[in-house]
Design a binder for this molecule. Sequence first.
Ligand SMILES: *Cc1c(COP(=O)(O)O)cnc(C)c1O
Length: 420
Amino acid sequence: MDHFSLVDGALHCEGVPLAAIAEAVGTPVYVYSTATFERHARVFREGLAPAGDVHLAYAIKANPNLAVLRVLAREGYGADVVSGGELARALAAGIPAKDVVFSGVGKTVGELSTALDVGLGQFNLELEEEGVVLAGLAAARGMRADATLRVNPDVDAGTHAKISTGKRENKFGVPIDQAPAIFARLAGLPGLALRGVAIHIGSQLSELAPLEAAYARIGALVAELRAAGHPIERVDLGGGLGVPYRAGEVFPSPAEYGAMVARVTKGWGVRLMFEPGRVIAGNAGVLLTKVIWVKPGAINPYVIVDAAMNDLARPAMYDAWHDFEAVSPSGARMTANIAGPVCESGDTFAMARDIDTVKSGDLAIFRTAGAYGATMASTYNSRALVPEVLVDGDRFAVVADRILPETILAAERIPDWLKA
Ligand SMILES: *Cc1c(COP(=O)(O)O)cnc(C)c1O
């Protein structure tokens, strides 16, 4: 459920007409709903209640906007970060360092050091050497770094190849068959407090079965590690729960997910950790855009909008679908292609789509753009960096500025030898 709906024939976000945001801020612009973020955060937490002792770490990479992080911090969420930049955002939003988990396959020595210095809650180690280096950095500070070992369970998440992370050939985690030996070696290092294991098998999962299979493998590994004498206190089950991108699609609910987790992890006696991203943020945001032209096409007309692949990369990157709706629909429908102004054929949001009839100057939205939207934006084609707006009831605020091409140009320079 979200808070983007028609009121008197015009799309609103909560109590604010989207047309008012377009008027004040211009387009394209991402619009986020506070009430939707809060609702998703609560429904996810309630869904996991049957699973017992749970720590929730919002995966910042899905939507790292500072105001969004603040909303989730207020909901008691910690954070899952994958870079020093994300760690800085979590702290700036008021998320305590002890509630932050550091994931990622390429943490640098600089990032590991900074995280130790701020009192990070948990490092999810991706390879043995990383653990050895971290242990050395911690020992030099007279500390023990809290960590888990990320395991690759070799499970096919059944999702898009570019967001699958739990197969043997993916770059993430240590192979599950080598995990006991690596765990034993790392557990012996004085600078490390190795508290358990972690997994994350992919994103936009539409079924629970691959998650359940992965969790079962982790359960067997936990038993094996305990039998070898390791006290296992934490298991991080990652993120990955998918969301509907098309009206009418049905996905596993947080309650169904929580029931499965409770069943599979029964008797583990650990603190379970979760890193939800998309399921919290996806349907809490839309990309608001304006139609520039309706251009006749060979088969169907092209609706050319002022948002492009640099603002919302998912269709070009993952062949993703985003529902498209007019902000003031007349009730008439048309079949059209939807594309942006960027000079790439890949800058196409939809082909032969049945949509609200729109004409030049009309406002429209791409739905389910709250996750992996603005955060993946670029300035390709020397376009502005897309701004973000947060709505709360009947008020709204710009929470990320539109960075104009001239600002980006000002950071570039011509070297002396080219000046003459
Ligand atoms: C991306 C990622 C997540 C979040 O994935 P979602 O599909 O958005 O829930 C969680 N954990 C790790 C380690 C990730 O890389």
